[in-house]
Design a protein around this ligand. Structure first.
Ligand code: PMP
Length: 423
């Protein structure tokens, strides 16, 4: 389609890898859901900044001032990218996992947490000190909303409650009805955090328009590969809780008490949860990626990716042995994340063959979403094999799946090579 935009330039597009069949081939990175390649633009921005590198919030020198400005301006860029409300805070973390663990650490006493069993482990597991209700996997978006409403209606009223939900599944790529789930949560006095690890790289996320209380995402899935993440949203729980990490940068004033103890006043800004010297390269690269996606025209990138999604779905549908995994049905809207099993194939061997024979990088396994993948495959928990994921014996139902995922940097050739290899 001539009207579609070109893929964005990314690093690694000219990397060649050896094939077992002989010769080299350019690497086809089709594992964006794990880590997306860096945008060249992000790399260039970081390289241009690197000579001016200095400590953030910890120096009087010119380069320290510059780094501090870049760091704080990055916060403003991310807030704009997410459509944050005026009083929202943007806290920089290491990753989505870190962001959700931070939120878990600041829950008010007695908070009830509601999660679907379909969540990534980063959304499913951090709520250890809370009373967690794990909801059954819905089979339609409407059922998701109804299931949540039923659970919230049965909760103890008046106490604090939090719903944690993914925006796009890291297994099926399916979009979840975030706006409707947020409305249900709020109608029952609960709050909601959106795990946007897979949504944000593929779809604009507007925190105010979705009316979610917090959003979490990772830089390395948003084409910014430097170990940084974001938790953005309501300031009150963040401001009222003890810091996630105690240390320098989080404290406004520290005094020695007469009895030998130590008193501390903590910051009430995002700095409260950012103790220690921050990852300025990571934060700057997230802001650079946000700017690059916006300037390239995110809507155009989404349109192009959706054309690739349609092409992959149509191509896989031509192969009778392939079964695409889906909770909400084959036609459900989804981002460029598609998991499948191939009859007669062990998924790990299939993924290994795509790599060794075609130079295609995908992922196989249970994708840190064990309950969801078992639901989709109709399998029971198994003792993990030596190499992690359990392996089905020949002729048995697959115990894991293959996942292909792509995005703003994916050329058509990678998709065609993948479909050819599957065929
Ligand atoms: N949530 C979802 C939906 C994910 O796909 C992932 C990463 N696979 C995470 C959370 C965790 O992200 P990270 O590993 O960057 O912490």
């Amino acid at each position: 389609d001539q009207s579609l935009c070109a893929p964005l330039p990314v690093l690694g597009s000219d990397v060649t890898v050896p094939l077992v069949t002989g010769g080299d081939v350019t690497y086809a990175a089709l594992d964006y859901a794990a880590s997306a390649p860096a945008l060249k633009r992000v790399w260039d921005d970081v390289a241009a900044y690197a000579p001016y590198y200095g400590s953030v919030h910890r120096g009087a020198g010119y380069l320290s001032q510059l780094s501090t400005d870049l760091f704080e301006n990055s916060r403003a860029t991310v807030a704009e990218f997410l459509g944050c409300r005026a009083d929202d805070q943007v806290v920089f973390t290491r990753s989505t996992t870190d962001s959700l663990n931070l939120l878990a650490a600041v829950l008010p006493a007695g908070c009830q947490v509601f999660v679907f069993e379909t969540e990534h482990h980063a959304s499913l597991l951090p709520w250890r000190d809370a009373r967690v209700t794990c909801l059954d996997a819905p089979r339609t978006p409407e059922q998701a909303v109804a299931t949540l409403e039923r659970a919230l209606a049965g909760r103890e009223p008046h106490g604090p409650a939090l719903v944690c939900v993914t925006g796009a599944s890291n297994v099926t790529g399916e979009l979840w009805p975030v706006r409707e789930l947020a409305a249900a949560a709020h109608a029952h006095g609960a709050r909601i955090v959106l795990d946007a690890a897979q949504l944000a790289p593929h779809h604009p996320v507007d925190i105010a328009e979705l009316d979610v209380d917090w959003v979490a995402f990772s830089g390395h899935k948003l084409y910014a590969p430097f170990g940084s993440g974001v938790l953005a949203g309501r300031a009150d729980w963040l401001r009222e809780a003890e810091p996630y990490l105690a240390g320098g940068g989080a404290s406004r004033q520290v005094t020695r008490r007469a009895d030998g103890g130590v008193d501390v006043q903590w910051h009430t800004t995002a700095a409260r949860h950012e103790a220690g010297s921050p990852n300025v390269i990571g934060v700057y690269s997230i802001a650079s990626a946000c700017r690059a996606l916006t300037e390239a025209g995110f809507a155009d990138l989404v349109a192009r990716e959706q054309a690739l999604v349609a092409r992959v779905r149509a191509g896989l549908a031509e192969v009778p042995e392939v079964k695409v995994l889906s909770l909400f049905g084959d036609d459900a809207p989804r981002v460029g994340v598609i998991s499948f099993v191939v009859e007669g194939w062990n998924s790990s061997h299939f993924a290994a063959a795509l790599s060794a024979e075609y130079g295609i990088g995908v992922r196989d396994g249970l994708f840190c979403a064990h309950p969801l993948v078992r639901t989709l495959l109709g399998s029971e928990p198994q003792e993990p094999g030596e190499c992690g994921a359990p392996e089905a014996a020949p002729g048995e139902r697959s115990l894991n799946a293959v996942r292909v995922s792509f995005g703003a940097g994916t050329p058509d050739e990678h998709i065609e090579r993948f479909l050819g290899a599957v065929r």
